[in-house]
Design a protein around this ligand. Sequence first.
Ligand code: SIN
Length: 465
Amino acid sequence: MSTQFKVLNPATGELVEIVNLNTEDEIKQALKNGHNAFKKWSKIDAHTRSKLLKDWSRIIQENKEDIAEVMTLENGKPLKESLGEVTYATTYIDWYAEEATRIYGRTIPASSETKRIVVSHQPIGLVAAITPWNFPAAMMTRKAAPALAAGCTFIVKPAEETPLTTMKLVELAHEVGIPHDAIQYVNGKGPDVGTLFTDSEYIRKITFTGSTPIGKLLMRNSADTVKHVTMELGGHAPLIVAEDADLDFAVTQTILSKFRNAGQTCICANRVIVHENIVDAFSERLTKAVNKLIVGNGMDKDTDIGPIINEKGYQKIFSQVNDAIEKGANVLIGNEYKANIEQGSFFVYPTVLKNVKENMTIMQEETFGPIIPIISFKKIEEAVEIANSTPFGLAAYFFTNDYRVGTYLHDHLDFGIIGWNDGAPSGAHVPFGGMKESGLGREGGSEGIEPYLETKYLSIGHFDH
Ligand code: SIN
């Protein structure tokens, strides 16, 4: 059995690094260490934990260029996006460094004058995270920062495609004095580590970002030990352009949302739903703007769209586009591919499809690639019906300057994240998360620390005056 795996550059297929796989015994030992470390870490005062988190954020910023380069090599995203992601990752640490000192309790008026009721919070214990390859820094700190701030200890299994960024971040945490067993990483195959995590009695919470089927499996397997779970799962974001929308602005924001990380983002616009009276004008302007995007190696400074992470992702995009074309969609631009499958490099050129219909796979399954399918609608109710017609409910976008249309859409779209004239709604200060099969729980904002805390109330009797 192999004890190592290769991290490959998806732009070239070249070897970036060989990483050791942890054995089952090593992982079990790491879980035990994390559990034991909880006793000490959870007792460290909140101000000290906050200071350590701030130091972690600072040292990450000091190493920003190196981390971004590693990220581009293992993930493929353009270097400018990797730099942006490193900063995005530190904003979660900064935010939760502040929240650490604001974990308040409360008192409740008792049912009798001889009683007093006090509510307090305590960290839940060792937290295990399974993080994705599409945002190897930010998805890790979005989980680690609130966990550590709350007083939990933390262990992460990064995606096999992109472990290096995460490993570096954990090493930097140790460098500023966060104890070794308070934050750890382990490397291994997803199903093996997933089972060790869900079976472990030491772990009190699993937090996962990834596909809906794996999320369901983790939830099922967490049931025996009644673990807490936070699940940030698949999305299939609709983007609605109403008849009155500012078209140029809608085009810019569609591009911003869609092509971040080559469309390999859970919240990126996947189904563009445009009013029939403006669909031609919108499609034309969008196609012109897409034509300017540069596809290439993320290390080249002009690149806007890097490679697709692996062959599986590449083939999925290819088959979704072909299915749409076979069922009558027109290609306005793109549908071009440059891959060296044997070598392991996969590029998909940004593609715009028009005359898309709801029966096409691309409208039903999440797309993880730079493809924009455009479908038209007559009435706003119809746009909502199309938008809500999948099992997903992560992010939705709409463009309108009519407050009645905007509030109607806000009230009727079943999504956890809604961008109104806004294609980039993420941030450390907001409660990111989905409805329906897109997940459970929220990450970020004041809500994002709650899943790492248990609530306890104390009822004190016999208060005689
Ligand atoms: C994701 O795609 O899961 C994360 C995107 C974000 O945080 O903006």
